[in-house]
Write a protein that binds this ligand. Structure first.
Ligand code: ATP
Ligand code: MG
Length: 421
């Protein structure tokens, strides 16, 4: 890698200066040309005006239908003379013209010189304006050049490498390059470190929460196992209670482990989506039919759409996300109360899937946290659950570029819509 920063030093500003100069000269040239044409016109007009005034003075009136000539040496006039004849050839007037035309010419030349002086005096102002106009372009060019130099500057690379090598993950994991030119790089690297730290913190919290959640069922199972050991062979009630409790905890743990596995696979990027055209109507119809077969305690209703709505999605995963919403609706709604499943398009024509219940509902604070891993509202803790369902649903919908819209009132019910792109 070779580098010679001085070579290209100031290159953009030099270029810009010459462009500004060119603009300045162009504007000045245009002005000088314009003044020249204007002054010729003034010269002609002044001569015409003089002739007009002279005719009125000598002949007494002015008529267009007359012969007008410039003659040399006519009668007592030696030099150039202006002669006017009537249409029949009678000479009406002959006046000397040379003096007049020279005076007018001198006047116009003086005017032109003044204008040239004006242009020269305005040069700095024009140049300043050209520079001002070019300033943003110059900035961009300078930045680009700076980047260009940066890209080939080996010592800068070394500086970054050294700084990265000396990052202490436990202490203060920030990079200080002490170089003004590398301020942007320093900022981006530190931003990246901040994000890594954030994700590390999240990961650590997740592992912590997960082991905590797993410890509880293990402790319960251990307790019942000890009870079984002591009294299980003699007391039939203890035997039955322990077996039922252990089986319940094992089921819970099984579900928890499955959910944790899903999220861990998702976080590590191992879950690959296989997208295909999915008809939302038929997907929801399928879930609807399954729902009242799995859960006989609630009446289910299906609100379809006349239009066939198809999206590009991973059918299995999308179905899993909706199932999570339906499971919640069933869990947090009293038996007998209706659950509605819907499909359609929003006002801005985006496809949606909807699950609506008449259950316990949520407070605004609960809605804010409901997608967080392990979050469960206080009121929901009397029901069985892990608090991971919605985190999984959110992961799936995020990967589809969609989002959730939630409407919930405590004691009234909840409506969750999955809006897809
Ligand atoms: P699981 O992971 O076993 O589904 P869960 O249902 O508690 O457990 P999520 O599905 O993630 O966990 O839901 C998180 C929380 O959001 C619930 O604990 C509950 O407080 C609230 N919630 C979700 N859906 C509803 C609903 N339809 N009605 C009322 N509260 C709800
Ligand atoms: Mg749930």
């Amino acid at each position: 890698m070779s580098s010679n920063p001085n070579n290209s030093n100031n290159r953009p500003s030099k270029k810009m200066k010459s462009i500004a100069h060119r603009i300045m000269w162009q504007i000045s040239r245009d002005k000088i040309g314009l003044y020249f044409k204007m002054d010729i016109l003034i010269f002609v007009l002044l001569n015409v005006f003089w002739a007009y005034m002279k005719e009125i003075e000598v002949i007494g009136d002015f008529a267009l239908k007359r012969h007008r000539d410039l003659v040399i040496g006519s009668g007592h006039i030696a030099g150039l003379a202006y002669q006017v004849k009537s249409m029949d050839g009678t000479v009406l007037m002959t006046v000397g013209f040379f003096d007049v035309v020279t005076r007018i010419a001198m006047l116009v030349v003086a005017l032109y010189l003044l204008q040239l002086l004006g242009v020269m005096l305005s040069l700095p102002a024009i140049s300043a304006r050209a520079h001002r106009t070019l300033a943003p372009i110059r900035e961009v060019a300078e930045k680009a050049d700076e980047l260009n130099r940066l890209a080939f500057s080996e010592d800068k690379y070394r500086l970054i490498e050294d700084a990265l090598e000396h990052v202490e993950p436990d202490e203060n994991p920030y990079v200080y390059l002490h170089d003004e030119e590398l301020l942007g790089v320093e900022k981006s690297v530190n931003h990246l470190i901040e994000r890594l730290k954030d994700s590390y913190r999240q990961q650590a919290r997740f592992v912590n929460d997960a082991s905590h959640e797993l410890r509880t069922p293990i402790a319960v199972i251990q307790g019942y196992a000890q009870m079984l050991e002591r009294w299980g062979s003699t007391d039939e009630k203890v035997l039955e209670e322990s077996i039922s409790a252990i089986s319940h905890e094992v089921n819970h743990m099984n579900r928890l482990v499955e959910q944790l596995l899903f999220l861990a696979r998702g976080d590590s990027g191992k879950t690959v989506l296989s997208k295909e055209p999915v008809s939302l109507g038929s997907l929801m119809q399928e879930i609807y039919e399954e729902s009242f077969m799995i859960d006989e305690t609630h009446p289910y209703r299906f609100r379809g759409s006349d239009e066939e709505i198809t999206v590009d999605a991973d059918r299995m995963l999308l179905k899993q996300a909706v199932r999570i919403l339906v499971d919640n609706a069933a869990k947090y709604t009293n038996p007998g109360d209706e659950i509605i499943l819907g499909v359609g398009r929003t006002e801005d024509a985006r496809p949606y899937l909807m699950v609506q219940d008449m259950g316990i509902g949520m407070s605004e604070a609960d809605v804010e946290h409901m997608f967080e891993r392990f979050y469960r509202a206080d009121k929901a803790r009397t029901y069985d659950g892990t608090g991971l369902g919605l985190s999984i649903a959110k992961w799936i919908i995020d990967r589809h570029g969609g989002h959730f819209e939630i409407l919930s009132r405590t004691e009234l019910g909840t409506r969750i819509m999955i809006i897809l792109p």
